[in-house]
Design a protein around this ligand. Structure first.
Ligand code: ADP
Length: 472
Protein backbone atom coordinates (compact mmCIF):
# COMPACT_ATOMS: atom_id res chain seq x y z
CA UNK A 1 0.00 0.00 0.00
CA UNK A 2 1.54 3.33 -1.04
CA UNK A 3 1.42 6.27 1.36
CA UNK A 4 -1.00 8.11 -0.94
CA UNK A 5 -3.36 5.15 -0.80
CA UNK A 6 -2.99 5.02 2.97
CA UNK A 7 -3.79 8.70 3.18
CA UNK A 8 -6.93 8.41 1.08
CA UNK A 9 -8.00 5.33 3.03
CA UNK A 10 -7.64 7.30 6.26
CA UNK A 11 -9.79 10.03 4.75
CA UNK A 12 -12.42 7.59 3.50
CA UNK A 13 -15.95 7.68 4.91
CA UNK A 14 -15.71 3.98 5.86
CA UNK A 15 -12.60 4.66 7.94
CA UNK A 16 -14.11 7.65 9.67
CA UNK A 17 -17.37 5.77 10.34
CA UNK A 18 -15.41 2.87 11.87
CA UNK A 19 -13.46 5.30 14.02
CA UNK A 20 -16.60 7.08 15.17
CA UNK A 21 -18.48 3.87 15.91
CA UNK A 22 -15.47 2.41 17.74
CA UNK A 23 -14.98 5.59 19.77
CA UNK A 24 -18.65 5.96 20.65
CA UNK A 25 -18.93 2.28 21.55
CA UNK A 26 -15.82 2.35 23.79
CA UNK A 27 -16.94 5.57 25.49
CA UNK A 28 -20.49 4.34 26.20
CA UNK A 29 -19.18 0.97 27.44
CA UNK A 30 -16.70 2.73 29.75
CA UNK A 31 -19.47 4.99 31.03
CA UNK A 32 -21.81 2.05 31.66
CA UNK A 33 -19.04 0.14 33.37
CA UNK A 34 -18.17 3.18 35.54
CA UNK A 35 -21.78 3.31 36.72
CA UNK A 36 -21.90 -0.44 37.49
CA UNK A 37 -18.52 -0.16 39.24
CA UNK A 38 -19.68 2.68 41.51
CA UNK A 39 -22.91 0.81 42.23
CA UNK A 40 -21.03 -2.36 43.17
CA UNK A 41 -18.67 -0.39 45.37
CA UNK A 42 -21.61 1.16 47.21
CA UNK A 43 -23.37 -2.19 47.62
CA UNK A 44 -20.25 -3.97 48.89
CA UNK A 45 -19.48 -1.15 51.34
CA UNK A 46 -23.06 -1.11 52.57
CA UNK A 47 -22.95 -4.86 53.17
CA UNK A 48 -19.69 -4.62 55.17
CA UNK A 49 -21.12 -1.79 57.29
CA UNK A 50 -24.27 -3.82 57.91
CA UNK A 51 -22.17 -6.82 59.04
CA UNK A 52 -20.15 -4.59 61.35
CA UNK A 53 -23.29 -3.05 62.87
CA UNK A 54 -24.71 -6.54 63.47
CA UNK A 55 -21.46 -7.61 65.15
CA UNK A 56 -21.64 -4.53 67.41
CA UNK A 57 -25.19 -5.48 68.46
CA UNK A 58 -24.06 -9.09 69.08
CA UNK A 59 -21.25 -7.95 71.38
CA UNK A 60 -23.68 -5.75 73.35
CA UNK A 61 -25.78 -8.92 73.87
CA UNK A 62 -22.68 -10.95 74.93
CA UNK A 63 -21.92 -8.23 77.48
CA UNK A 64 -25.40 -8.48 78.92
CA UNK A 65 -25.38 -12.28 78.99
CA UNK A 66 -21.86 -13.07 80.19
CA UNK A 67 -20.14 -9.83 81.18
CA UNK A 68 -16.64 -8.77 80.18
CA UNK A 69 -15.22 -12.32 80.18
CA UNK A 70 -17.75 -13.46 77.59
CA UNK A 71 -16.89 -10.46 75.42
CA UNK A 72 -13.17 -11.22 75.63
CA UNK A 73 -13.78 -14.89 74.83
CA UNK A 74 -15.91 -14.07 71.80
CA UNK A 75 -13.21 -11.62 70.57
CA UNK A 76 -10.68 -14.45 70.56
CA UNK A 77 -13.13 -16.88 68.96
CA UNK A 78 -13.81 -14.45 66.10
CA UNK A 79 -10.12 -14.11 65.29
CA UNK A 80 -9.06 -17.75 65.39
CA UNK A 81 -6.51 -18.86 62.77
CA UNK A 82 -6.45 -16.94 59.51
CA UNK A 83 -9.30 -14.69 60.61
CA UNK A 84 -6.73 -12.76 62.66
CA UNK A 85 -5.41 -11.26 59.41
CA UNK A 86 -8.82 -9.98 58.40
CA UNK A 87 -10.39 -8.90 61.69
CA UNK A 88 -9.09 -7.33 64.89
CA UNK A 89 -10.73 -6.34 68.18
CA UNK A 90 -9.62 -3.96 70.91
CA UNK A 91 -11.44 -3.20 74.11
CA UNK A 92 -11.03 0.26 75.67
CA UNK A 93 -11.96 1.90 78.92
CA UNK A 94 -13.48 5.36 78.45
CA UNK A 95 -10.30 6.79 80.01
CA UNK A 96 -8.30 5.53 76.98
CA UNK A 97 -6.77 2.39 78.57
CA UNK A 98 -6.55 -0.72 76.35
CA UNK A 99 -8.20 -3.49 78.35
CA UNK A 100 -7.85 -6.37 75.86
CA UNK A 101 -7.04 -7.01 72.19
CA UNK A 102 -6.86 -9.89 69.75
CA UNK A 103 -3.70 -10.96 67.86
CA UNK A 104 -2.39 -7.77 66.18
CA UNK A 105 0.85 -9.28 64.85
CA UNK A 106 -0.35 -9.15 61.21
CA UNK A 107 -1.63 -5.56 61.56
CA UNK A 108 0.35 -2.32 61.24
CA UNK A 109 0.65 -0.17 64.39
CA UNK A 110 -2.80 1.02 65.43
CA UNK A 111 -3.40 4.41 67.07
CA UNK A 112 -5.40 5.00 70.23
CA UNK A 113 -8.92 5.97 69.12
CA UNK A 114 -9.76 9.67 69.50
CA UNK A 115 -11.46 10.83 72.73
CA UNK A 116 -14.91 11.42 71.27
CA UNK A 117 -15.11 7.77 70.19
CA UNK A 118 -14.00 6.58 73.62
CA UNK A 119 -16.85 8.56 75.16
CA UNK A 120 -19.50 6.56 73.29
CA UNK A 121 -22.58 5.69 75.38
CA UNK A 122 -24.29 2.24 75.35
CA UNK A 123 -27.35 2.24 73.12
CA UNK A 124 -25.91 4.98 70.86
CA UNK A 125 -25.48 4.19 67.15
CA UNK A 126 -22.11 2.54 66.42
CA UNK A 127 -19.52 4.90 64.78
CA UNK A 128 -17.85 3.77 61.54
CA UNK A 129 -14.67 5.04 59.91
CA UNK A 130 -12.31 3.96 57.14
CA UNK A 131 -8.52 3.69 57.43
CA UNK A 132 -7.39 4.14 53.81
CA UNK A 133 -4.56 1.93 52.41
CA UNK A 134 -3.97 0.64 55.90
CA UNK A 135 -3.16 -3.02 55.56
CA UNK A 136 -0.99 -4.06 52.55
CA UNK A 137 -2.50 -1.28 50.51
CA UNK A 138 -6.07 -2.25 51.38
CA UNK A 139 -8.63 -0.12 53.21
CA UNK A 140 -9.81 -1.15 56.67
CA UNK A 141 -13.32 -0.36 57.95
CA UNK A 142 -13.57 0.16 61.73
CA UNK A 143 -16.66 0.22 64.01
CA UNK A 144 -16.82 1.61 67.57
CA UNK A 145 -19.54 0.59 69.96
CA UNK A 146 -20.16 0.79 73.73
CA UNK A 147 -21.37 -2.64 75.01
CA UNK A 148 -21.52 -1.29 78.63
CA UNK A 149 -21.02 2.10 80.33
CA UNK A 150 -17.33 3.11 80.39
CA UNK A 151 -16.40 0.40 77.86
CA UNK A 152 -15.71 0.82 74.09
CA UNK A 153 -15.24 -2.06 71.70
CA UNK A 154 -13.24 -1.36 68.51
CA UNK A 155 -13.67 -3.85 65.63
CA UNK A 156 -11.61 -3.60 62.41
CA UNK A 157 -12.44 -5.45 59.20
CA UNK A 158 -10.03 -5.59 56.27
CA UNK A 159 -11.65 -4.72 52.91
CA UNK A 160 -9.04 -6.76 51.00
CA UNK A 161 -11.55 -9.38 49.90
CA UNK A 162 -14.07 -6.81 48.63
CA UNK A 163 -11.36 -4.92 46.79
CA UNK A 164 -10.09 -8.11 45.19
CA UNK A 165 -13.60 -8.99 44.05
CA UNK A 166 -14.06 -5.56 42.46
CA UNK A 167 -10.52 -5.74 41.01
CA UNK A 168 -11.37 -9.06 39.32
CA UNK A 169 -14.48 -7.48 37.85
CA UNK A 170 -12.43 -4.52 36.57
CA UNK A 171 -9.82 -6.75 34.92
CA UNK A 172 -12.54 -8.91 33.35
CA UNK A 173 -14.24 -5.86 31.97
CA UNK A 174 -11.05 -4.35 30.54
CA UNK A 175 -10.13 -7.62 28.82
CA UNK A 176 -13.66 -7.94 27.38
CA UNK A 177 -13.69 -4.31 26.22
CA UNK A 178 -10.32 -4.50 24.50
CA UNK A 179 -11.38 -7.80 22.89
CA UNK A 180 -14.61 -6.29 21.62
CA UNK A 181 -12.84 -3.16 20.32
CA UNK A 182 -10.11 -5.26 18.66
CA UNK A 183 -12.71 -7.49 17.02
CA UNK A 184 -15.23 -4.71 16.40
CA UNK A 185 -12.83 -2.49 14.43
CA UNK A 186 -12.35 -4.89 11.48
CA UNK A 187 -16.02 -5.92 11.61
CA UNK A 188 -17.08 -2.25 11.66
CA UNK A 189 -14.67 -1.50 8.81
CA UNK A 190 -16.05 -4.40 6.79
CA UNK A 191 -19.66 -3.40 7.45
CA UNK A 192 -19.05 0.27 6.62
CA UNK A 193 -17.32 -0.69 3.37
CA UNK A 194 -20.11 -3.09 2.53
CA UNK A 195 -22.78 -0.45 3.25
CA UNK A 196 -20.95 2.14 1.16
CA UNK A 197 -20.48 -0.19 -1.80
CA UNK A 198 -23.57 1.31 -3.48
CA UNK A 199 -22.03 4.79 -3.29
CA UNK A 200 -18.81 3.49 -4.82
CA UNK A 201 -20.87 2.00 -7.68
CA UNK A 202 -22.54 5.36 -8.32
CA UNK A 203 -19.17 7.17 -8.21
CA UNK A 204 -17.62 4.66 -10.61
CA UNK A 205 -20.58 4.97 -13.02
CA UNK A 206 -20.43 8.78 -12.79
CA UNK A 207 -16.73 8.84 -13.66
CA UNK A 208 -17.28 6.44 -16.58
CA UNK A 209 -20.10 8.68 -17.82
CA UNK A 210 -17.83 11.72 -17.45
CA UNK A 211 -15.40 10.00 -19.77
CA UNK A 212 -18.08 9.60 -22.43
CA UNK A 213 -20.20 6.44 -21.94
CA UNK A 214 -23.62 8.00 -21.43
CA UNK A 215 -25.44 4.67 -21.70
CA UNK A 216 -23.68 3.32 -18.56
CA UNK A 217 -26.10 2.60 -15.66
CA UNK A 218 -25.62 1.73 -11.98
CA UNK A 219 -26.53 -1.83 -10.95
CA UNK A 220 -29.25 -1.72 -8.28
CA UNK A 221 -28.03 -4.36 -5.79
CA UNK A 222 -30.78 -4.31 -3.18
CA UNK A 223 -34.37 -3.15 -3.14
CA UNK A 224 -35.89 -0.32 -1.15
CA UNK A 225 -32.93 0.94 0.88
CA UNK A 226 -31.42 4.41 0.58
CA UNK A 227 -28.56 3.31 -1.67
CA UNK A 228 -30.92 1.48 -4.02
CA UNK A 229 -32.97 4.67 -4.14
CA UNK A 230 -29.83 6.68 -4.91
CA UNK A 231 -28.90 4.26 -7.70
CA UNK A 232 -32.44 4.33 -9.13
CA UNK A 233 -32.63 8.13 -8.97
CA UNK A 234 -29.22 8.36 -10.59
CA UNK A 235 -30.30 5.99 -13.38
CA UNK A 236 -33.56 7.90 -13.91
CA UNK A 237 -31.56 11.13 -14.13
CA UNK A 238 -29.29 9.52 -16.72
CA UNK A 239 -32.30 8.30 -18.74
CA UNK A 240 -33.64 11.82 -18.72
CA UNK A 241 -30.31 13.39 -19.69
CA UNK A 242 -29.92 10.86 -22.47
CA UNK A 243 -33.45 11.54 -23.74
CA UNK A 244 -32.76 15.27 -23.62
CA UNK A 245 -29.50 14.79 -25.50
CA UNK A 246 -31.26 12.74 -28.18
CA UNK A 247 -34.02 15.37 -28.35
CA UNK A 248 -31.50 18.17 -28.68
CA UNK A 249 -29.60 16.32 -31.36
CA UNK A 250 -32.83 15.79 -33.28
CA UNK A 251 -33.73 19.43 -32.81
CA UNK A 252 -30.40 20.67 -34.14
CA UNK A 253 -30.65 18.18 -37.04
CA UNK A 254 -34.11 19.54 -37.84
CA UNK A 255 -32.87 23.09 -37.52
CA UNK A 256 -29.96 22.37 -39.84
CA UNK A 257 -32.36 20.74 -42.28
CA UNK A 258 -34.75 23.70 -42.15
CA UNK A 259 -31.93 26.16 -42.65
CA UNK A 260 -30.41 24.21 -45.48
CA UNK A 261 -33.48 24.13 -47.72
CA UNK A 262 -34.05 27.90 -47.98
CA UNK A 263 -30.30 28.51 -48.30
CA UNK A 264 -30.08 25.95 -51.08
CA UNK A 265 -33.03 27.62 -52.81
CA UNK A 266 -31.41 31.07 -52.52
CA UNK A 267 -28.20 29.69 -53.93
CA UNK A 268 -29.95 27.88 -56.80
CA UNK A 269 -31.90 30.98 -57.72
CA UNK A 270 -28.73 33.09 -57.75
CA UNK A 271 -26.97 30.45 -59.83
CA UNK A 272 -29.82 30.33 -62.33
CA UNK A 273 -29.85 34.08 -62.65
CA UNK A 274 -26.13 34.07 -63.41
CA UNK A 275 -26.48 31.21 -65.91
CA UNK A 276 -29.47 32.74 -67.71
CA UNK A 277 -27.53 35.88 -68.45
CA UNK A 278 -28.30 39.46 -67.79
CA UNK A 279 -31.63 41.21 -67.95
CA UNK A 280 -33.19 43.29 -65.25
CA UNK A 281 -36.31 41.08 -65.15
CA UNK A 282 -34.14 38.10 -64.28
CA UNK A 283 -32.32 39.93 -61.50
CA UNK A 284 -35.57 41.31 -60.17
CA UNK A 285 -37.10 37.85 -59.94
CA UNK A 286 -33.98 36.52 -58.26
CA UNK A 287 -33.96 39.36 -55.74
CA UNK A 288 -37.63 38.76 -54.98
CA UNK A 289 -37.19 35.08 -54.31
CA UNK A 290 -34.10 35.82 -52.21
CA UNK A 291 -36.11 38.26 -50.11
CA UNK A 292 -38.90 35.71 -49.76
CA UNK A 293 -36.54 32.97 -48.59
CA UNK A 294 -34.75 35.35 -46.26
CA UNK A 295 -38.10 36.35 -44.77
CA UNK A 296 -38.87 32.71 -44.15
CA UNK A 297 -35.53 32.25 -42.40
CA UNK A 298 -36.05 35.41 -40.37
CA UNK A 299 -39.54 34.24 -39.42
CA UNK A 300 -38.11 30.99 -38.17
CA UNK A 301 -35.37 32.70 -36.17
CA UNK A 302 -37.79 35.26 -34.74
CA UNK A 303 -40.27 32.54 -33.82
CA UNK A 304 -37.48 30.62 -32.01
CA UNK A 305 -36.53 33.75 -30.09
CA UNK A 306 -40.17 34.52 -29.20
CA UNK A 307 -40.68 31.00 -27.86
CA UNK A 308 -37.46 31.14 -25.82
CA UNK A 309 -38.49 34.50 -24.41
CA UNK A 310 -41.99 33.30 -23.48
CA UNK A 311 -40.70 30.07 -21.95
CA UNK A 312 -38.09 31.82 -19.83
CA UNK A 313 -40.71 34.22 -18.51
CA UNK A 314 -38.76 37.17 -19.87
CA UNK A 315 -41.50 38.15 -22.33
CA UNK A 316 -43.32 41.31 -21.29
CA UNK A 317 -47.00 40.73 -21.94
CA UNK A 318 -49.12 43.77 -22.78
CA UNK A 319 -52.00 42.70 -20.62
CA UNK A 320 -55.39 44.13 -21.46
CA UNK A 321 -59.01 43.16 -21.23
CA UNK A 322 -59.73 41.23 -24.39
CA UNK A 323 -62.99 40.03 -25.88
CA UNK A 324 -62.00 36.61 -27.15
CA UNK A 325 -65.25 36.32 -29.16
CA UNK A 326 -64.22 39.34 -31.24
CA UNK A 327 -60.64 38.08 -31.57
CA UNK A 328 -61.77 34.63 -32.79
CA UNK A 329 -64.27 36.28 -35.14
CA UNK A 330 -61.45 38.34 -36.68
CA UNK A 331 -59.39 35.18 -37.17
CA UNK A 332 -62.41 33.55 -38.81
CA UNK A 333 -62.69 36.45 -41.27
CA UNK A 334 -58.98 36.28 -42.01
CA UNK A 335 -58.77 32.54 -42.60
CA UNK A 336 -62.14 32.02 -44.25
CA UNK A 337 -60.72 32.77 -47.71
CA UNK A 338 -57.97 30.18 -47.19
CA UNK A 339 -60.64 27.66 -46.12
CA UNK A 340 -62.78 28.43 -49.16
CA UNK A 341 -59.76 28.09 -51.45
CA UNK A 342 -59.16 24.63 -49.99
CA UNK A 343 -62.87 23.76 -50.16
CA UNK A 344 -63.15 23.47 -46.43
CA UNK A 345 -65.99 24.57 -44.19
CA UNK A 346 -64.91 26.92 -41.47
CA UNK A 347 -67.50 27.39 -38.71
CA UNK A 348 -67.64 29.19 -35.36
CA UNK A 349 -69.67 28.56 -32.23
CA UNK A 350 -69.13 31.62 -30.04
CA UNK A 351 -70.81 33.28 -27.05
CA UNK A 352 -71.77 36.94 -27.51
CA UNK A 353 -68.74 38.06 -25.54
CA UNK A 354 -66.00 36.29 -23.65
CA UNK A 355 -63.52 38.32 -21.65
CA UNK A 356 -60.02 37.34 -20.71
CA UNK A 357 -56.96 39.32 -19.60
CA UNK A 358 -54.14 38.86 -22.02
CA UNK A 359 -51.72 40.11 -24.62
CA UNK A 360 -53.77 40.66 -27.77
CA UNK A 361 -50.95 40.09 -30.25
CA UNK A 362 -49.80 36.87 -28.64
CA UNK A 363 -53.33 35.48 -28.27
CA UNK A 364 -53.90 36.27 -31.95
CA UNK A 365 -50.83 34.22 -32.80
CA UNK A 366 -52.03 31.31 -30.67
CA UNK A 367 -55.36 31.24 -32.53
CA UNK A 368 -53.71 31.82 -35.91
CA UNK A 369 -51.15 29.03 -35.45
CA UNK A 370 -53.76 26.47 -34.39
CA UNK A 371 -56.22 27.52 -37.10
CA UNK A 372 -53.49 27.50 -39.72
CA UNK A 373 -52.57 23.94 -38.72
CA UNK A 374 -56.21 22.79 -38.75
CA UNK A 375 -56.66 24.11 -42.27
CA UNK A 376 -53.26 22.82 -43.39
CA UNK A 377 -53.80 19.27 -42.18
CA UNK A 378 -57.41 18.90 -43.35
CA UNK A 379 -58.14 17.94 -46.93
CA UNK A 380 -60.84 19.29 -49.22
CA UNK A 381 -64.40 18.67 -48.10
CA UNK A 382 -63.41 18.69 -44.46
CA UNK A 383 -64.60 20.93 -41.67
CA UNK A 384 -62.90 23.13 -39.12
CA UNK A 385 -64.86 24.47 -36.13
CA UNK A 386 -63.85 27.19 -33.71
CA UNK A 387 -65.74 26.68 -30.46
CA UNK A 388 -65.47 29.10 -27.57
CA UNK A 389 -66.86 28.14 -24.15
CA UNK A 390 -66.89 30.62 -21.29
CA UNK A 391 -67.15 28.73 -18.01
CA UNK A 392 -65.60 30.92 -15.31
CA UNK A 393 -63.04 30.61 -13.95
CA UNK A 394 -62.02 29.02 -17.24
CA UNK A 395 -62.34 29.87 -20.91
CA UNK A 396 -61.94 27.09 -23.48
CA UNK A 397 -61.23 27.69 -27.13
CA UNK A 398 -61.34 24.49 -29.22
CA UNK A 399 -60.18 24.24 -32.80
CA UNK A 400 -61.68 21.03 -34.17
CA UNK A 401 -60.84 19.61 -37.55
CA UNK A 402 -61.77 16.54 -39.57
CA UNK A 403 -58.23 16.25 -40.92
CA UNK A 404 -55.46 13.68 -41.10
CA UNK A 405 -55.10 13.31 -37.34
CA UNK A 406 -51.87 12.75 -35.44
CA UNK A 407 -50.18 9.35 -35.07
CA UNK A 408 -50.30 8.27 -31.37
CA UNK A 409 -46.51 7.86 -31.23
CA UNK A 410 -46.10 11.52 -32.26
CA UNK A 411 -48.59 12.89 -29.72
CA UNK A 412 -46.07 13.38 -26.89
CA UNK A 413 -43.72 15.29 -29.17
CA UNK A 414 -45.83 17.61 -31.30
CA UNK A 415 -45.23 20.57 -28.97
CA UNK A 416 -41.44 20.20 -29.26
CA UNK A 417 -39.59 22.79 -31.25
CA UNK A 418 -38.96 21.82 -34.90
CA UNK A 419 -40.87 18.56 -34.47
CA UNK A 420 -43.04 17.63 -37.42
CA UNK A 421 -44.99 14.38 -37.72
CA UNK A 422 -44.37 14.10 -41.42
CA UNK A 423 -40.62 13.72 -41.88
CA UNK A 424 -40.91 14.42 -45.64
CA UNK A 425 -42.28 17.86 -44.68
CA UNK A 426 -44.75 17.89 -47.57
CA UNK A 427 -46.67 20.77 -45.95
CA UNK A 428 -45.28 24.23 -45.44
CA UNK A 429 -44.14 24.97 -41.95
CA UNK A 430 -41.18 25.03 -39.64
CA UNK A 431 -42.33 22.90 -36.71
CA UNK A 432 -42.52 25.94 -34.44
CA UNK A 433 -46.24 26.77 -34.62
CA UNK A 434 -47.41 24.51 -31.77
CA UNK A 435 -44.47 25.17 -29.46
CA UNK A 436 -45.05 28.89 -29.87
CA UNK A 437 -48.81 28.53 -29.19
CA UNK A 438 -48.10 26.50 -26.06
CA UNK A 439 -45.36 28.86 -24.81
CA UNK A 440 -47.70 31.86 -25.26
CA UNK A 441 -50.67 30.10 -23.61
CA UNK A 442 -48.48 29.14 -20.64
CA UNK A 443 -47.12 32.67 -20.37
CA UNK A 444 -50.79 33.63 -19.78
CA UNK A 445 -51.09 31.01 -17.04
CA UNK A 446 -53.04 28.79 -19.45
CA UNK A 447 -52.39 25.58 -21.33
CA UNK A 448 -53.16 23.68 -24.54
CA UNK A 449 -54.48 20.12 -24.67
CA UNK A 450 -54.95 17.92 -27.70
CA UNK A 451 -57.10 14.97 -28.69
CA UNK A 452 -56.64 13.28 -32.02
CA UNK A 453 -57.64 10.17 -33.95
CA UNK A 454 -55.53 9.23 -36.93
CA UNK A 455 -57.51 9.66 -40.13
CA UNK A 456 -60.46 11.27 -38.34
CA UNK A 457 -59.27 14.61 -37.05
CA UNK A 458 -57.84 16.55 -34.15
CA UNK A 459 -59.06 18.95 -31.48
CA UNK A 460 -56.69 21.45 -29.90
CA UNK A 461 -58.10 23.20 -26.84
CA UNK A 462 -56.65 26.40 -25.43
CA UNK A 463 -57.39 26.87 -21.74
CA UNK A 464 -57.28 30.41 -20.38
CA UNK A 465 -58.38 32.13 -17.21
CA UNK A 466 -61.59 34.11 -17.54
CA UNK A 467 -61.32 37.80 -16.61
CA UNK A 468 -62.69 38.25 -13.08
CA UNK A 469 -65.28 40.83 -14.13
CA UNK A 470 -66.36 38.61 -16.99
CA UNK A 471 -70.04 39.09 -17.74
CA UNK A 472 -70.39 35.32 -17.79
P1 ADP B 1 -45.76 22.84 -38.52
O1 ADP B 1 -45.10 24.09 -38.91
O2 ADP B 1 -45.13 21.62 -39.08
O3 ADP B 1 -47.23 22.88 -38.66
P2 ADP B 1 -46.38 22.78 -35.72
O4 ADP B 1 -45.52 22.95 -34.50
O5 ADP B 1 -47.48 23.73 -35.88
O6 ADP B 1 -45.42 22.71 -36.94
O7 ADP B 1 -46.96 21.33 -35.62
C1 ADP B 1 -46.14 20.24 -35.39
C2 ADP B 1 -46.67 19.00 -36.10
O8 ADP B 1 -47.87 18.58 -35.49
C3 ADP B 1 -47.01 19.25 -37.54
O9 ADP B 1 -45.89 19.04 -38.36
C4 ADP B 1 -48.10 18.23 -37.79
O10 ADP B 1 -47.53 17.02 -38.18
C5 ADP B 1 -48.77 18.04 -36.46
N1 ADP B 1 -50.03 18.81 -36.37
C6 ADP B 1 -50.23 20.00 -35.82
N2 ADP B 1 -51.51 20.37 -35.89
C7 ADP B 1 -52.17 19.36 -36.53
C8 ADP B 1 -53.53 19.10 -36.89
N3 ADP B 1 -54.51 19.99 -36.66
N4 ADP B 1 -53.80 17.94 -37.54
C9 ADP B 1 -52.83 17.03 -37.76
N5 ADP B 1 -51.55 17.20 -37.43
C10 ADP B 1 -51.21 18.34 -36.84
Amino acid sequence: MSSGEGHSRRRSLAFRLTLWYGGIFAATSAFAFGLVYLLMLAVVQERTDEDLREDAAEFAAFMQEGGLDRVKREMQLETLGEEAEEVFFRLWSSGGREMASTDLSTWPALDVPPDELLRLEPGADPELETLPDFQDGHDVRVVYTAPAPGLVLEMGQSLAEDEEFIGTFLTGFLITLSGVVALGAPIGWFMARHALRGIRDVTRAASEIASGTLDRRVTVRSQGDELALLAQTFNTMLDRIQALMVGMREMTDNLAHDLRSPLARIRASAEMTLANGSGSANYEASACSTIEECDRLLDMINASLDIAEAESGAARLNMADIDLTALVDDAFELFNTVAEDKHLTLATILPTTCHVRGDRQRLQRVVANLLDNALKYTSAGGRVTLRLVDEPPQVRLSIEDTGVGIPPESMPRIFERFYRCDPSRSENGNGLGLSMALAFARAHGGDITVRSTLGEGSTFTVLLLAARDSPG
